[in-house]
Design a protein around this ligand. Structure first.
Ligand code: GLV
Ligand code: MN
Ligand code: MN
Length: 439
């Protein structure tokens, strides 16, 4: 709106009516005046949130579970109505295509994911997915045909380790497919439940250059944009993520008759190790993060000294070398802790890790210019969350657009972004796609 007013004034004073008329018609051809329907985006966010929700209002659209399957069917129906002719690839990614004027051009890709973490929020992934659909509908409603074909991709099981996008770039191994997912099924079994084919997983691999570009709109999931009152984040890089299963073995014994100095308490050793993870992460400068987010204590009784503890350790950073350096320091300290408590501590690196990725610089600029042209404030920033875009970046120029998350809360039912911010982000995505289309 702001931009249109500016164009009108300057055209009238500087160029006269005739030039103004042709400027407007050029703008229309370029799709400059097109705008998303913010209400429709928000109401679909709420509609999708109903799938997998329990009686207490908590969401469970974890990949490969009933909620995920139902949510996907709902989304596929909408894609069909929008003429996207959706198909499901071998990894369970949903792919919708819209023809361009020039079929020899490579498709511009955009989208996100609609699965969630257990008891997750309603905006993570769904914003980028619903906005991608919205853009197709706006183009349909305005009979606007892009030069490039367009491809909407809704990745399968993003939250379980960006599985769909890893498969698409050839990084999901046969070993990796045997990993247990949050649903309780192995990835191979899970992929089958959403219409994929793990036996022929290679068939979903996309080659370098198959897509013209890739852009993902997402909520920030942190509190920087809100705190600094910035409307749009331009993502410069996405962190790498590595997981280890940490097993602490002690000796399960009677909690009443075993004196304190004769114990091999695995939980004591594990507790010290958890604190050490925090210490090591904080011992060097930078934005690295490390978390122990899972713990199982065995056998798990009031009157038994814990004999075994299994922890889930995660380290994230933009530098793969730094992740290795931090881990090797933790491993070193773990050996001392194990000795102190007469236990053993071992580490099993999990398959399906995510490498850090930088987004494409030219694309960052296209996003920034599109946002500025719409009158939005912008900030270049890194993503502490993992995203499918970090894998897609290995086969095509990729970038991400962030919008504010209220309170910086994510992976929680309290996750929230305003309808205005969502519409802003979707409009930046729309204008970015139209700019890329003209290149
Ligand atoms: C995905 O949201 C992740 O960052 O784990
Ligand atoms: Mn996400
Ligand atoms: Mn997430």
């Amino acid at each position: 709106m702001q931009r249109r007013t500016f164009v009108k004034k300057s055209s009238l004073t500087l160029m006269g009516m005739g030039v103004f008329g042709s400027l407007l018609s050029n703008n229309k051809k370029a799709g400059v005046g097109l705008s998303v329907n913010g209400k429709r985006i928000e109401s679909r966010i709420f509609e999708l949130a109903k799938f997998g929700r329990d009686e207490s209002g908590h969401g469970y659209r974890v990949a490969y579970t009933k909620g995920d399957i139902e949510g996907r069917s709902w989304f596929i129906e909408l894609m069909k109505k929008a003429g996207l002719d959706p198909t499901i690839d071998a990894a369970g990614n949903i792919i919708g295509k819209r023809k361009g004027k020039n079929p020899s051009l490579k498709p511009i890709g955009f989208g996100s994911h609609i699965d969630m973490v257990p008891d997750g929020g309603n905006y993570d992934g769904t914003l980028g997915s619903i906005s991608a659909l919205e853009i197709i509908e706006v183009l349909n409603e305005n009979n606007f045909v892009t030069e490039h074909p367009l491809e909407v991709i809704i990745f399968g099981n993003e939250e379980g380790g960006t599985i769909g996008s890893k498969a698409m770039v050839g990084e999901l191994t046969t070993d990796g497919l045997q990993q247990k997912s949050q649903s309780g099924l192995t990835l191979a079994e899970g992929i089958r439940t959403i219409g994929g084919n793990p036996d022929n997983i290679q068939s979903c691999i996309r080659q370098k250059g198959d897509l013209h570009t890739w852009v993902e709109l997402h909520i920030e999931q942190g509190g920087i944009l809100e705190k600094e009152k910035i409307q749009i984040g331009v993502v410069e890089g996405i962190v790498g993520i590595v997981h280890w299963e940490v097993t602490v073995e002690g000796f399960a014994n009677h909690a009443g008759s075993t004196p304190m100095n004769m114990r091999q308490d695995a939980l004591l050793a594990a507790s010290k190790f958890i604190l050490t993870v925090n210490e090591v992460i904080n011992s060097v400068k930078g934005n690295q993060v490390g978390t122990v987010g899972k713990i199982a204590v065995l056998p798990g009784a009031y009157n038994v000294i814990p004999g075994k503890v299994v922890l889930g350790l995660e380290i994230r950073d933009l530098s793969a070398e730094k992740i290795e350096m931090l881990f090797s320091e933790m491993e070193k300290r773990a050996a001392t802790i194990a000795k102190e408590f007469k236990t053993t501590i071992s580490f099993l690196r999990q398959p399906n890790e995510s490498k850090p990725a930088l987004t494409n610089k030219a694309l960052q600029q296209t996003i920034n210019t599109s946002a500025k042209a719409l009158g939005f404030s912008t900030k270049f920033m890194q993503s502490g969350a993992g995203h499918d875009s970090q894998h897609i970046a290995s086969i095509t120029p990729a970038a991400m657009i962030f919008i504010p998350s209220v309170g910086g809360i994510s992976h929680s039912p309290k996750e929230f972004s305003t309808a205005t911010d969502m519409a802003n982000g979707a409009n930046v995505l729309l204008q970015t796609i139209l700019k890329l289309d003209k290149e």
